[in-house]
Design a protein around this ligand. Structure first.
Ligand SMILES: [Zn+2]
Length: 252
């Protein structure tokens, strides 16, 4: 099966609120993605887009699923794995901003796996972004590459789980106000996560609810109704049609 197939399985498991299974499927998605981040691309080739970041982010998401499932041991093991892989690819993605982003994802892994040292890890990432600033011409381009997007959607998926399916933390929230100062512009990502990620994780672990990722959404679709909450706001993600509000599969 392809990475896409496993990803669809992960989304199905989230929709069924079977989080142990979702953790397994996200891990399989990650391993397939890491082996070949895009068609015919080696993960060991330098890559200005950083597609390999998607695979690392799936490992972090896997750890989050195990946390929500109440399986702390597997969450810690997967978080440790995600941390190691993020550190490993610092040898491949060699632009200073990419290196800083890998530190950010490594900090995410520590938070997801409840491994401790989270504040220091985000502080290291913020410092690396500030130091990378002189090497970055266009921080807005950087922050929309797959590497950075993967790190952004990680937090957004957790955040939407606590916000009725909306995305309460936007791309603008992640970044400083002034792209002409690339270092601080990017460093604000790590600072935001340090402030918000552990608290949002604690919230979804307590509620035992982790939303599906947000794909293509539509409000008030006349063809669909959610059997759980009566919403007609739709989220198309993977090959599923889910309720945008509560991630339950929609009925026609
Ligand atoms: Zn619903």
């Amino acid at each position: 099966m392809s990475a896409e197939d496993y990803y669809e399985g992960a989304v199905d498991s989230l929709a069924a609120r079977e989080y142990e299974s979702a953790g397994d499927q996200y891990a399989r998605t990650a391993w397939q993605t890491l082996a070949e981040p895009r068609s015919n691309q080696s993960p060991f080739a330098s890559d200005s887009k950083g597609w390999v970041g998607k695979g690392i982010a799936h490992l972090v998401t896997s750890a989050i699923c195990y946390r929500v499932a109440g399986n702390a041991k597997r969450a810690a093991d997967r978080g440790t794995e995600a941390y190691a892989v993020a550190s490993d690819f610092r040898a491949t993605l060699d632009h200073p901003a990419q290196q800083a982003c890998l530190l950010e994802i490594a900090a995410d892994a520590r938070a997801a796996g409840d491994m401790g040292g989270v504040n220091n890890a985000y502080a290291d990432a913020a410092e690396a972004y500030r130091e990378a600033g002189t090497a970055v011409d266009d921080p807005q381009f950087r922050s929309t590459t797959p590497l950075f997007q993967s790190a952004t959607t990680l937090l957004q998926q957790v955040a939407r789980s606590t916000a009725n399916g909306e995305i309460p933390i936007t791309w603008e929230d992640f970044h400083g106000g002034d792209p002409s100062s690339p270092g601080p512009f990017l460093a604000s990502r790590a600072t935001l996560k340090q402030q918000r990620f552990p608290e949002l994780l604690a919230s979804i672990i307590e509620s035992r609810y982790f939303a599906a990722p947000r794909g293509t959404t539509e409000y008030n679709n006349a063809s669909y109704t959610c059997p759980a909450c009566d919403s007609s706001d739709v989220n198309w993600v993977g090959d599923s049609v889910l309720c945008m509000r509560c991630s339950t599969p929609m009925e026609r």
